[in-house]
Ligand binder design. Structure first.
Ligand code: S3P
Length: 180
């Protein structure tokens, strides 16, 4: 069995799109932590935030991560807040190769589109400034947890996916060498 390939990073960096394509090419199961969470909670993320609050959402997220990080051989895309929790980060790192996706703020703005579906951005009066601030706060958490970094700004998905898979190959080879 192979280690999981986990994509982390800020909203709108292309984790789900790239993750799906990696899974298709590697012929491995794809898991999107947000999608699984919505399925388990039985309501959309925006509704969980509105009705139950962010702490309840984060607790759902913690449970989902504990479940998926316990298995192997999967391609996993994570919600942008997952790696801020040290327990989540440790569980993921123990069972996975972690690739951080990044993008410039203008690209994130373009990709996130309708902010009503993004509770972390929904109420910001200046979304651009809010993304800059939030991304800067989170960058150290992402960088600390990542084995590799791939920027997705203005790049076709195929190219991004090739970079991710190249890194995945290198990281798993290095880890196998260290284990033997
Ligand atoms: C969040 C990012 C979202 C989702 C939730 C909270 C965050 O996932 O988990 O809205 O805290 O950054 P994406 O990164 O997939 O948009």
């Amino acid at each position: 069995m192979a280690k999981n390939l986990v994509l982390i990073g800020f909203m709108g960096t292309g984790k789900s799109t790239a993750g799906k394509q990696c899974a298709r090419l590697l012929e491995r199961p794809f898991v999107d932590t947000d999608a699984l969470l919505v399925e388990r909670a039985g309501k959309p993320i925006s509704q969980i935030f509105a009705e139950d609050g962010e702490p309840v959402f984060r607790e759902w997220e913690r449970r989902i991560v504990a479940e998926v990080a316990g298995a192997e051989n999967q391609i996993i895309s994570t919600g942008g807040g997952v790696m801020l929790n040290a327990e989540n980060a440790a569980l993921i790192r123990a069972s996975s190769c972690v690739v951080l996706l990044t993008a410039k703020t203008f690209a994130i703005m373009r990709r996130v589109g309708d902010r009503r579906n993004r509770p972390m951005l929904a109420s910001a009066s200046d979304p651009y400034a809010h993304i800059v601030e939030l991304a800067a706060k989170r960058a150290p958490f992402y960088e600390l947890a990542a084995d590799a970094l791939v920027d997705t700004t203005d790049r076709p998905v195929d190219e991004v996916v090739q970079d991710i898979l190249t890194w995945y190959g290198r990281i798993t080879a290095r880890q196998t060498e260290q284990e033997n």
